[in-house]
Design a protein around this ligand. Structure first.
Ligand SMILES: [Zn+2]
Length: 715
């Protein structure tokens, strides 16, 4: 969907799910969740009680067109975003435990508070009254909430892992140790990540993916940029590493020199990593390597040992080495660094990744840097919120069953599917009438459109958590077993055919996504709620808001990245050269427009990073408008509250994106987020739509009106 959160990398590489909010949902690195202070979702500290266990529909209702969120003193033709969201922005400062705040984030926190109530009940219920999954969730949540136990366990809980690292006696033992550590961390911070993904050349098959990783900061550019702010942040980062080593028992001098070694190693890895813009090019991250070629890439690292330790059977199938140059750098590192330095690096990544689940001093130190210094967040999230996020991340489909049982009416699914069909029909008409697309490409585009699978609400088959052991007195152990469970679940797919029914988001997620390799669009139940989708409202704001979202996800199949995948989800050049060039020319208009927008201070949008999202925003609204017009074709609509139907359509559109962000977080966003800030996701679309200028009677020369010849138009 639409809010802007830091992207999470996915095991299937570039083709997976550029969604509106959480573009790459599958690989949830827990260190990126609330426990590290990198707030993904929001909260209100004022309300310290769980919501009663009642359907969300019973909570105070905010309509999908909310006059109180508007700023009637603003001129829609000068700054439409201020006009639709000015009231919201003034009344919704970023909460103390959040980096950013938005309509979506607020809904997500309401969902969390609701799930909190459910989890407290499960934690307290007698054993006989709980199903196996309810017991798992209740015990997991209870263990997580037991702050005293985490404090008493202290660093001791981590000793087995730290002991294994200390015991590393030769490079030959590294593959087995790395496999063991990666399983319980389940993130990409230990040199690289290794998982399964759809073969970009044959989407029906899952193959092994070896992907770049190994750094702790949110982007490689943090290590490479030489401006004063970047240099200062690296100094603060180095001081943070030293602080963590000191908390783990090192002397200040030893901690400082260890921090310098870690920073040097992470910098070497960052230097060999592709930029985020390059990672959006699927051809740059698709390199099939045979077993022998992969082994030749890293003579110092034995892949057979590594896979054996992971429990992955030997296979004749090739692996996708997404960034071969990175693995060459990994080899250089193994060759040039001492064993002691490698152990220091592994110790840092382990301490840092696990810090959120330890005692208060480690939790706080971790938050002070990743939350406060990096994102400007003043306060750590309350524990309940961090614990709900963990259950969501590790037992999300079990929690999802509880959520949809209470919050998802079948009519909602039918209505959403109907709107989706109207939008697909609008897209078919657009494709058929484009003057820049030839018949060959047109025919294949229609074939791709008609192959898209629409998933609404929740998966048909729920995940089986039977193999995941949860203990009520072992918080850290639960997190580590949860990570290993998910890591193994992904690894087990290598060499298997694709499961087309799988979802990349949990049902309670306030977001949506398109997956180019699955060629499906997915709308979790969590996003089909007011104030986004509002069955009590007239069609106009609903088509502007949720219709725009459906159109957005659909257009991802035809944005600069998604268009490179065919109807079967394979990376294949199905456009004629001429039509491809015509598309690129039109997309460049959007890239040039967004490159002018400022995010914070002197930082502009990196519009080559946001291009796919910006294209989806614009195309999505064109489709939503066409679908709405069809929906109301036979109706005689009158103004409501002094707003014409067309105005209500565009206000409904604008109000999904109301947001606020801390300056520090906006800086992080500028480097990492493929979505533009809310203001430009609204104004940047509106200026390209003559129907908008017409709806508000805007005149040439006003800020929200582009000259006809300068308007960007693709679909
Ligand atoms: Zn998107």
């Amino acid at each position: 969907m639409r809010p802007h959160l830091p992207p999470l990398t996915s095991p299937s590489g570039p083709a997976l799910a550029p969604s509106r909010a959480r573009p790459r949902p599958l690989r949830l690195a827990l260190s990126a969740l609330g426990f590290s202070g990198l707030a993904l979702l929001g909260s209100s500290l004022a309300q310290a009680q769980p919501a009663a266990e009642q359907p969300l529909a019973n909570l105070p209702y905010t309509p999908s067109l909310d006059r109180a969120s508007m700023d009637p003193s603003a001129d829609p033709c000068e700054d439409f975003y201020q006009y639709v969201c000015g009231g919201w922005i003034a009344k919704n400062p970023v909460p103390a435990d959040q980096a950013r705040w938005s309509v979506y984030a607020k809904m997500a926190v309401e969902n969390q508070r609701y799930l909190w109530g459910i989890l407290e009940r499960m934690a307290a219920a007698p054993a006989a009254e709980r199903t196996a999954d309810q017991a798992r969730m209740g015990d997991y949540f209870a263990a997580c909430m037991d702050e005293g136990a985490a404090e008493r366990a202290g660093l001791g809980a981590l000793q087995p892992l730290l002991g294994r690292i200390a015991g590393l006696s030769s490079l030959r033992e590294l593959p087995a140790l790395l496999a063991e550590l990666q399983l319980v961390h389940y993130n990409e911070r230990l040199f690289f990540s290794y998982s399964s993904g759809q073969d970009l050349g044959d989407s029906s098959q899952l193959i092994a993916f070896a992907m770049a990783g190994g750094i702790s900061l949110p982007d490689r550019d943090y290590y490479l940029k030489q401006d004063a702010k970047s240099q200062q942040l690296r100094q603060q980062f180095s001081a943070h590493i030293a602080r963590i080593f000191e908390l783990a028992g090192d002397s200040p001098e030893a901690a400082r020199s260890a921090a310098a070694e870690v920073l040097a190693m992470e910098t070497a890895l960052a230097r060999a990593t592709l930029s985020r813009v390059d990672k959006r090019d699927p051809y740059k991250t698709f390199h099939k390597f045979s077993e022998r070629r992969l082994q030749a890439l890293t003579p110092s690292f034995n892949w057979a040992d590594y896979r054996a330790a992971l429990g992955v059977p030997a296979s004749k199938a090739d692996s996708n080495v997404t960034e071969p140059a990175f693995f060459k750098a990994f080899e250089r590192l193994l060759k040039t660094r001492s064993l002691a330095q490698i152990k220091t690096y592994l110790r840092w990544q382990t301490l840092s990744s696990q810090a959120p689940y330890l005692g208060a001093s480690m939790v706080q130190a971790n938050f002070d840097f990743f939350g406060q210094t990096l994102n400007g967040v003043p306060q750590l999230k309350p524990r309940w919120k961090r614990c709900v996020e963990l259950v969501d991340a590790q037992l999300g489909e079990a929690l999802g069953q509880e959520f949809v049982a209470r919050n998802f009416a079948p009519e909602l699914k039918a209505q959403t599917l109907r709107m989706t069909e109207q939008i697909e029909k609008a897209m078919a008409q657009r494709i058929q009438s484009l003057d820049w697309m030839g018949p060959e490409t047109r025919q294949r585009a229609l074939a791709k459109l008609h192959t898209i699978v629409n998933k609404v609400g929740y998966p048909d088959a729920w995940r089986d958590y039977g193999a995941l052991r949860v203990q009520r007195d072992d918080f850290l152990g639960n997190v580590q077993r949860g990570n290993a469970f998910e890591a193994r679940r992904q690894l087990a797919k290598i060499g298997k055919p694709l499961d087309r029914g799988e979802w990349g988001m949990t049902p309670q997620t306030v977001n949506a996504y398109y997956n180019a390799q699955m060629n499906d669009i997915n709308f979790p139940a969590g996003v089909l709620q007011p104030p986004l989708f509002d069955t009590r409202m007239d069609d106009a704001p609903n088509y502007g808001n949720t219709g725009g979202t459906i159109g957005h996800e659909l257009i991802h199949g035809f944005d600069d990245e998604g268009r490179q995948f065919d109807a079967q989800g394979n990376l294949k050049a199905w456009w004629t050269r001429k039509d491809g060039r015509a598309f690129e020319q039109r997309a460049a208009c959007v890239a040039e427009q967004y490159a002018q927008y400022t995010i914070v201070d002197d930082i502009k949008i990196n519009s080559r990073l946001t291009l796919g999202e910006d294209l989806a925003d614009l195309g999505g609204m064109v489709l939503a408008l066409a679908a709405w017009r069809e929906q109301i074709a036979t109706q005689k609509l009158q103004p409501i509250d002094g707003l014409t139907p067309e105005q209500r359509f565009f206000i409904g559109f604008g109000q999904w994106a109301c947001d606020n962000g801390r300056p520090e977080a906006l800086r992080v966003q500028a480097l990492t987020n493929p979505h533009s800030p809310g203001r430009y996701r609204i104004n940047g679309v509106a200026v390209n739509m003559p129907e908008f200028a017409q709806a508000f009677a805007c005149k040439p020369g006003q800020k929200m009106v582009k000259e006809d010849s300068k308007r960007c138009r693709i679909w």
